[in-house]
Design a protein. Structure first.
Length: 214
């Protein structure tokens, strides 16, 4: 975690949950039930935990009404979209607790996950009009990246195509991102809930967690 990021928000923390041996698959009745239950208990867009992320975006020059933090976009999009078992699981936890959660396919990841202020020339792989394309972040933008380029722009706004979780993903990294007023205790609770859902998908899953703070 780059000090230039924690200068913006010293209260930022991320719980990294790494899992090995996932057996992902398409959305089913079980994950539809998770999404429905999550919609019933979801935070609202004016929740202080969601507003904290809009403040964080403004701090590095982004306009959160135009490019919304991921949890802000999700809680405005009900019913939640059906993607696949694993993505359904972390989206359900995200809206229930009001925190952004990103998922990365470790087989497509290169090196260590790093949260930095962008220089502006880092590649960001996207699909535009159905065709692969390469975009770039703005100078100073907060981004997640690995050795090959940006994996998520504007902190948690948009993930790259390369590392997204698919039905073929077996090893994955989940990044649960916290700002005040969310407590570290609630962050850990969200991590436990995600782990429980993933273990429903794949009993006997190997899980490692690490809390990173400023």
């Amino acid at each position: 975690m780059d000090p230039a990021v924690t200068e913006l928000r010293p209260d930022f923390a991320v719980l990294a949950v790494t899992v090995y041996g996932l057996r992902n698959g398409p959305t089913d009745d079980r994950s539809r039930a998770w999404l429905a239950a999550a919609a019933d208990r979801a935070v609202t867009p004016d929740d202080p935990k969601v507003e904290a992320w809009r403040d964080a975006y403004r701090a590095f020059g982004a306009k959160p009404q135009r490019t919304r933090p991921s949890v802000d976009a999700l809680v405005r999009r009900m019913p939640l979209p059906e993607i696949n078992l694993v993505v359904d699981a972390y989206n359900a936890v995200s809206v229930g607790h009001g925190l952004p959660i990103g998922g990365e396919d470790l087989a497509r990841y290169a090196g260590t996950a790093r949260l930095v202020r962008a220089e502006g020339d880092e590649p960001f792989e996207v699909v535009e009009k159905g065709e692969p394309a390469v975009d770039h972040p703005e100078v100073g933008e907060v981004v997640w990246r690995d050795d090959l380029g940006v994996t998520c722009r504007r902190w948690n706004w948009r993930q790259c195509v390369r590392t997204r979780i698919t039905e073929e993903t077996s090893d994955a990294l989940f990044l649960l991102e916290r700002l005040a007023p969310m407590s570290l205790e609630e962050l850990r609770t969200a991590g436990d809930e995600l782990t429980a859902l993933l273990e429903e998908i794949t009993p006997g899953l190997r899980v490692e967690t690490r809390l990173v703070t400023a």
